[in-house]
Write a new protein. Structure first.
Length: 345
């Protein structure tokens, strides 16, 4: 007899997307609903926590209802409720956590706490049935840049992380400097397609020959000074720049970020003897990063297998939450109603 499949309702509200999804057996996406708040934050050039929290409150139940309807499952067919409870904006996370606890209590279903960053990695593993582990796992998002030694979906050891700006944050800030539309990452990628990545040599901060940590504030400041003069003492040149000049800055900046990400990932691969590389997080949607990492894997002395999150699951979503929760469900790792939202983790 075929074993009954395990349906998990995943909930995600860590930043500016309200998301819910139903995932069966950690791999079969029965529904995936995301309500983006991008338009609400656009005029501020970044996510405003208070606005994010209020929008989550408005959207959370409609989004969950839509995910349940799209999946065509009743509450009785749901085996557990999973929620990202860390890291992120606490007043945003708390909305998803409260909704999940309420449903868990009212429906009488187990509750599963999910680390948002670990879930981003799960997006990269969704399509793969047989993983060759350990993998060097790179998460590049708006709030985090981390390298992990991934021994299994539930065993992730942090090898390094950013000491200042996250990669996505640097993309967003440079887009603001270049007066490109919000959100910045996709805008930089678009502008960079028409630019020369070797036009300007922006700094690549490697923090020493062995470090697996990242630092992106230097390259961001270098772009700022390039556009506004050393120590911002010049005039803002961006308004009078041609589209070609902006494209060259975007391409050169993107190249600097990607060079650093590749160097550090290569170091992690060597350190843990990995044959697989995992890539996830919002910045993993960047086509140039995906292509360069693929090239690195193909051209390695011993070619590596690269698993990248599908583009629709790179930025924040609940499929990754429902998927990772399956492994916690199988391991009996449940939370209780004292679960709290945490900014770090
Ligand atoms: O993972 P995510 O949705 O949210 C966090 O957990 O932070 O990542 C959002 C980040 C933003 O900084 C956004 O600019 C960046 O991912 N991003 C990109 C691209 N698409 C999104 N960065 C570079 N190229 C892209 N195509
Ligand atoms: Zn994220």
């Amino acid at each position: 007899m075929q074993a009954k499949s395990i349906n998990i309702l995943g909930i995600e509200t860590s930043c500016d997307e309200t998301a819910a999804a139903v995932v069966a057996d950690g791999r079969i996406v029965k529904s995936a609903v995301v309500s983006s708040q991008s338009k609400l934050h656009e005029k501020y050039g970044g996510v405003v926590p208070e606005i994010a929290s209020r929008a989550h409150l408005e959207q959370i139940y409609p989004v969950i209802a839509e995910a349940m309807a799209e999946a065509k499952v009743s509450k009785d067919e749901i085996d557990a409720i999973a929620v990202a409870n860390q890291p992120g904006l606490t007043i945003a996370l708390v909305v998803g956590v409260t909704a999940a606890k309420t449903l868990s209590f009212v429906w009488g279903k187990p509750l599963i706490a999910i680390n948002h960053l670990h879930a981003h990695l799960q997006s990269a593993m969704l399509a793969e049935e047989k993983l060759e582990l350990p993998a060097a796992a790179l998460i590049v998002s708006g709030g985090h840049t981390c390298l992990y030694d991934c021994e299994s979906p539930l065993e992730l050891e942090l090898l390094g992380s950013t000491i200042d700006d996250a990669a996505g944050e640097a993309f967003d800030k440079v887009a603001t400097i270049l007066k490109l539309p919000y959100p910045g990452g996709p805008s930089i990628e678009k502008a960079a397609k028409n630019g020369n990545p070797e036009a300007i040599k922006f700094p690549r901060s490697l923090l020493g020959p062995e470090s697996l940590d990242f630092s992106f504030s230097g390259v961001k400041t270098a772009v700022l000074y390039y556009c506004r003069g050393q120590d911002m003492k010049g005039e803002d040149k961006v308004d009078s720049m041609s589209e070609d000049e902006k494209a060259d800055i975007a391409a050169s900046f993107q190249e600097a970020i990607i060079d650093v990400l590749l160097t550090k990932t290569q170091r992690a691969v060597e350190k843990i003897g990995a044959n697989t590389i995992l890539l996830g997080g919002g910045v993993a949607a960047n086509s140039e990063l995906r292509a360069r990492l693929q090239k690195m894997c193909d051209e390695a002395e011993e070619p590596k297998k690269l698993l990248v999150a599908p583009k629709q699951y790179c930025t924040d979503n609940a499929v990754m939450v429902g998927s990772l929760a399956y492994y916690k469900y199988r391991a009996g790792l449940f939370a209780d109603l004292s679960l709290e939202a945490k900014a770090s983790g």
